[in-house]
Write a protein that binds this ligand. Structure first.
Ligand code: SAM
Ligand code: SF4
Length: 340
């Protein structure tokens, strides 16, 4: 990938609320080899392949962000590891670690991690998030609509062997995994992994009604406190999670509470979709077309203009509510478009 290509004149990204944007979530694809019921329908309508940025364009976009002060990049999707040749991009970005970039990381469902863990570590990745909502094979097959728990567990083990620090992400779902959460925490901590719980968010149409499975994390936390001593931690990962240390297990537990907690103050993130749409908020509609800027004849000017518009549009807080009128999600976009 061409590291010397022009990418616009630098200048920090600061929004109208004086928040500095230092963290980019980069979706490599909206496609996925699983179909988690809370994330997407079985017959998901994926973005047309012709609209998707090339890996070269994604790299160029990442360089443009780095030139404007972004220090952390998380690769996501859809499932980032299903994009062909994605490891070339990881290697190209990895060369900036320690220079323009503090951290390159990714969020994965783990199904292909056994294959790629070593390459990711060699490219400079040090920490990864792996999504795992259940360790029960039948529940996994029902929830992800694919019988692939074995691949995921093998992937997690391979990541550890490759020296990657693993954090497990678990969406808390009423009536599905709520009674397994304490066991998941105990398992993760026993294996030496941190674990973060996430409230289900109303993004995109899925077959069921998300409200049926919405589980506020304050209730989960209360239940865990009956079993363990949770000590609030000052630790921050640069993302929206708030942490506690679990005294009895010695492990760290995070909570991401977009619906019940303060999620937006101090937000330092933007998200670029696989088709080059820049979303300033996971829970908002505002977007700026970076693909047009990247493909413009005067790329530098177009990028500067696009970034200025983006910072003017970043909203103060998200628009989440579990559903809008008629029980439909407020935001039509699926999480797999922007990544987690
Ligand atoms: N496929 C990868 C994975 O599952 O880790 C990366 C993309 S996935 C969209 C990122 C994270 O978003 C996962 O942890 C997933 O559980 C979570 N997620 C997906 N849909 C969600 C929703 N509606 N509410 C809350 N979290 C969601
Ligand atoms: Fe795929 Fe991740 Fe969505 Fe599950 S949560 S369907 S693994 S993108």
């Amino acid at each position: 990938m061409n590291a010397s290509a022009p990418f616009g004149s630098p200048g920090p990204l600061i929004d109208r609320f004086a928040r500095s944007i230092t963290y980019l979530r980069l979706s490599l694809t909206d496609r996925c080899d699983l179909r988690c019921t809370y994330c997407m329908p079985e017959r998901m309508q994926f973005l047309p392949r012709a609209d998707v940025l090339t890996l070269e364009e994604i790299y160029l976009a990442a360089r443009a962000f780095m030139a404007r002060g972004v220090r952390k990049i998380r690769l996501t999707g859809g499932e980032p590891l299903v994009r062909r040749d994605m490891i070339d991009l990881v290697r190209a970005l990895g060369r900036h670690i320690g220079d323009d970039l503090d951290e390159l990381t990714l969020t994965t469902n783990g199904t292909r991690l056994a294959e790629f863990a070593g390459d990711l570590a060699d490219a400079g990745v040090r920490r990864i998030n792996v999504s795992l909502d259940t360790r029960d094979p039948e529940r996994f097959a029902a929830l992800a609509r694919r019988d692939m728990l074995g691949n995921v567990l093998a992937g997690i083990a391979a990541a550890r062997e490759a020296g990657l620090a693993v954090k497990i992400n678990t969406v808390a779902l009423k009536g599905i995994n709520e009674h397994e959460i304490a066991d998941l925490v105990a398992w993760a901590h026993g294996e030496g992994y941190a674990i973060t719980l996430i409230e289900v968010m109303p993004l995109g149409e899925v077959e069921g009604d998300r409200f049926d499975h919405y589980l506020p994390l304050d209730a989960v936390r209360h239940a865990l406190e009956q079993r363990w001593t949770l000590v609030p931690s000052a630790a921050r990962s640069g993302g929206p999670a708030r942490y506690v240390d679990v005294v009895e297990t010695g492990g760290r537990l995070g909570f991401i509470t977009p619906l019940t907690g303060n999620f937006c103050e101090g937000c330092n993130r933007v998200r670029l979709t696989a088709t080059g749409q820049l979303f300033m908020c996971l829970g908002g509609e505002g977007q700026v077309d970076l693909r047009a800027a990247l493909r413009s004849d005067d790329r530098e000017a177009a990028l500067n203009d696009a970034f200025a518009r983006a910072m003017g549009e970043k909203q103060e807080r998200h628009d989440f509510a579990i559903s809008g009128p008629g029980g439909r999600p407020r935001l039509a976009r699926h999480m797999s478009v922007t990544g987690g």
